[in-house]
Design a protein around this ligand. Structure first.
Ligand code: ZN
Length: 179
């Protein structure tokens, strides 16, 4: 089998079956220069792959499983390549933006000093938010909290806060879908 036909065969294999069976683990292509290619590029760059010179970066030499690299990116299109075991869970909506200026106060209302510490928060910031939006330091303290809050759950996933109107809890490495 020629280098070109092997490269194309692997590309088609990835494009048609991007998850290995059994198990459903996510696959990606490896090129002769050690780059990673995603399943989409295996399809859209089919022609370059089929006519590779062997050293032009389009020669696919293997298909591999991304077991647990949460930050593996396609070297061609920069899309993140999903992993079998390190996939960040979906964000959790905590407070809807209809709560408006009360979001900081509501989120902080249930925290005591020990819990604030566990979330890597400054207790003073939490108290400013608990006091409500009339307080002088309310928004400053909330900015600090959005910046600093982080905690690790039982599955060893680290979480942060994210506000875009709504308030979310977001796992580390999670990428919001393109708008
Ligand atoms: Zn790609």
């Amino acid at each position: 089998m020629t280098t070109q036909s092997k490269s194309l065969r692997l590309a088609d294999q990835l494009a048609n079956n991007p998850y290995c069976w059994p198990g459903g683990y996510p696959l990606f292509a490896i090129t002769s220069d050690g780059a990673a290619l995603c399943k989409c590029c295996a399809k859209t760059e089919r022609e370059a792959i089929a006519t590779t010179t062997g050293t032009d970066g389009w020669c696919i030499t293997a298909i591999d499983t991304n077991w647990e690299d949460p930050s593996l990116f396609c070297d061609h299109c920069n899309a993140r390549i999903e992993s079998a075991y390190a996939e960040p869970p979906d964000p959790a909506l905590v407070l809807m933006d209809s709560n408006g200026i009360y979001i900081p106060q509501l989120w902080c209302s249930h925290l005591d000093e020990a819990e604030a510490l566990k979330l890597n928060l400054n207790w003073w910031d939490v108290q400013q938010c608990q006091a409500g939006p009339d307080g002088e330091h309310y928004w400053f303290a909330w900015t600090q909290i959005l910046d600093q809050a982080s905690w690790t759950d039982a599955n060893d996933v680290t979480w942060h806060l994210h506000q875009d109107g709504d308030l979310w809890e977001v796992a580390e490495h999670y990428q919001w879908p393109e708008q």
